[in-house]
Design a protein around this ligand. Structure first.
Ligand SMILES: Cc1cc2nc3c(=O)[nH]c(=O)nc-3n(C[C@H](O)[C@H](O)[C@H](O)COP(=O)(O)O)c2cc1C
Length: 266
C-alpha cells in the first residue's frame, strides 16, 4: 500500500475497465471492480467473468459478495490473476434488500466468524483481502459499534469504511466522526463517503486514515484524483476523446459508456 492512497470506489454499471484505466492515469492509486457474486463466478457465469476481466495493468481489486464458503473455494480454484490484479475485497456494505435478506452485504458486518472464514479462504490462496463496509445495518447496530468489533477481529490488508449505516440514504451526510476510533484500532483504515476536497482529504489524514475512497464525486469529475494531488489535467474534451478511444478498443457493454458520458464532466 502507498503511504496514503487515493482509491476509486466501485460503482455498479460505471466503473468498468475503461473508467478505471482513465481514473488511474489521472491520479487514482487503486481501483475496484463493481460488486460480483462469487456464487455466479463459481457457476461459471460468463457475463460475471467478463465483469471481473482486467484489460491492462491498472491496479485493480476485484470486489466479491456472498457467504457460502464452498462457492468461494470453487471460484478461487478457477481464478488466475491477470496483470494489474491487486487482491479481493469483500463487500459488507451493500444495503440492497436482496442481499441483506440473504444475510450478506451490510448484514454481514455482525457476522464476524463468517467474515473471518471468507477472508481466511482468500488468504489461503495467497491473495490479499480487504473489506468494504458500512457502520452497521441500522442506527442500532451503529450505536453498538458493530463496525469496531469487525475491524478488531478480522485480519485484512485494509478496511474501507463507508461512514453510513445500511438504512441511511445518500441524503444523510456521512458520519466522519467514526474515523478516529476506527484508526485507533491500529488497522489500515480508508475513509469513504462525501469526500471531495483537499481539506476533506487532509482531515482524513489527520484522523489517522491511510487513504480515501471516492465514488460519486469521481463519476461527476473523473479528474478529481489528479486535481486533489495537484497533477496537471487535460481539458474535458481531451478526456472524453481519450475515454472514447478506450471504449472503441475494448467494446464494453453500452450501459457503461452511456452512464459515464451522462454523468462525467457534465
Ligand atoms: C450507483 C451506485 C453504485 C454503487 N455500487 C457499489 C458496488 O458495486 N460496490 C460497493 O462496494 N459500493 C458501491 N457503491 C457505494 C460506493 O462505492 C461508495 O461507497 C458510496 O458512493 C459513498 O462514497 P461517495 O460519497 O464518494 O460516493 C455504489 C454507489 C452508487 C451511488
Amino acid at each position: 500500500m502507498e503511504e496514503f492512497s487515493y482509491m476509486l470506489a466501485p460503482i455498479e454499471d460505471m466503473t468498468d475497465s475503461c473508467f478505471r484505466t482513465m481514473c488511474h492515469k489521472y491520479g487514482a492509486d487503486l481501483t475496484f471492480t463493481e460488486l460480483m457474486r462469487f456464487q455466479s463466478l463459481a457457476k461459471n457465469n460468463k457475463p460475471s467473468w467478463d465483469r471481473i476481466k482486467l484489460d491492462d495493468d491498472t491496479p485493480t481489486v476485484i470486489q466479491l459478495i456472498g457467504s457460502r464458503e464452498q462457492f468461494l473455494k470453487k471460484f478461487l480454484k478457477m481464478f488466475n490473476p491477470e496483470k494489474g490484479f491487486k487482491g479481493f475485497n469483500l463487500n459488507l456494505g451493500c444495503p440492497a434488500p436482496n442481499f441483506v435478506n440473504q444475510g450478506v452485504g451490510c448484514a454481514m458486518i455482525k457476522r464476524i466468524t463468517k467474515t473471518k472464514k471468507l477472508a481466511d479462504i482468500i488468504k489461503d490462496h495467497s491473495f490479499e483481502v480487504s473489506i468494504k463496509m458500512r457502520l452497521g445495518l441500522n442506527q442500532y447496530e451503529k450505536e453498538k459499534k458493530v463496525y469496531l468489533n469487525l475491524i478488531d477481529a478480522v485480519d485484512a490488508a485494509f478496511f474501507i469504511i463507508h461512514a453510513r449505516s445500511g438504512n441511511q440514504t445518500y441524503k444523510d451526510k456521512a458520519d466522519w466522526s467514526v474515523f478516529p476510533e476506527c484508526a485507533k484500532t491500529g488497522k489500515n483504515i480508508i475513509a469513504n463517503g462525501d469526500i471531495k476536497t483537499k481539506e476533506d482529504v487532509e482531515l482524513m489524514r489527520s484522523y489517522g486514515c491511510k487513504g480515501v475512497m471516492i465514488g460519486r464525486p469521481a463519476i461527476a469529475d473523473p479528474l478529481i484524483f489528479a486535481k486533489l494531488k495537484g497533477m496537471e489535467v487535460p481539458s474535458t474534451e481531451e478526456w472524453k476523446i481519450e475515454y472514447q478511444k478506450l471504449v472503441d478498443e475494448r467494446n464494453p457493454s453500452y450501459k457503461y459508456e452511456k452512464n459515464v458520458l451522462k454523468h462525467a464532466l457534465g
